[in-house]
Design a protein around this ligand. Sequence first.
Ligand SMILES: Cc1cc2nc3c(=O)[nH]c(=O)nc-3n(C[C@H](O)[C@H](O)[C@H](O)COP(=O)(O)O)c2cc1C
Length: 232
Amino acid sequence: MPSPNPQWKPGDTVEAPPGKTIELDPTKIPAKEIYKLIIGSIVPRPIAFVSTISAGGVTNLAPFSFFNGVSSNPPCVMISISNKEDGSKKDTLRNIEETKQFVVNSANEWLAEPLVHTAASFPYGVDEMSVVGLTAEPSLKVKPPRVKESAFQMECELYKTVEIGDGSAGSTTVIFGKILFMHAHESVYKDGRILFSEYKAIGRLGGFSYGRVTETFDIPVPRVGSDGPSGG
Ligand SMILES: Cc1cc2nc3c(=O)[nH]c(=O)nc-3n(C[C@H](O)[C@H](O)[C@H](O)COP(=O)(O)O)c2cc1C
């Protein structure tokens, strides 16, 4: 698959989209509208399908798309969990604060419907994994179980939390997790790499929309000066 403009060379002009720019000052826009701008513009977002367990031993499962990998040494991920409308904490956050552990299960296409179902506001103490009919597979290093049907799972321990906001609705706790162990299904793994075509990741877009990546292209980062190979 050729890149969007294989003839491009440094210094070539790139056209800006036609028309005028609309200025948007977040101090003058309600938080709900800002949320729509953020989730519509930062796309597609990877989705962490997060399993946790309460101190009392009840499993919880929910999706989070303010999620990413943040470092490889130590291997770390982040998920961002916002407070509920009434300012209270989501079950996932309560459990991570209690046990300091969680599992990030991959969001693959075949999991789309049950994954979205687990985002409903089930009361604290409801095990969404059994509600949607997914299988709890014991983890090796942490107490929360993994989702057997997901293609890749990362067992994590809490590394650090960062509070954003004043605790009111929309305020957020960013969870950084250190990956203690990873599990890849053999159908998506070869020679230390994840097979993108088999992995079938889904991403969250704006509104209720999701996307699958059906077309990719390669552009190697050029070597400049004495730089070694770069992967970004
Ligand atoms: C695809 C998807 C992505 C979501 N991403 C987030 C997110 O990044 N942060 C968040 O606080 N809630 C997010 N939500 C909403 C939570 O999943 C929802 O509030 C859920 O009920 C939380 O469950 P819990 O109380 O069991 O932790 C997302 C929902 C969906 C469907």
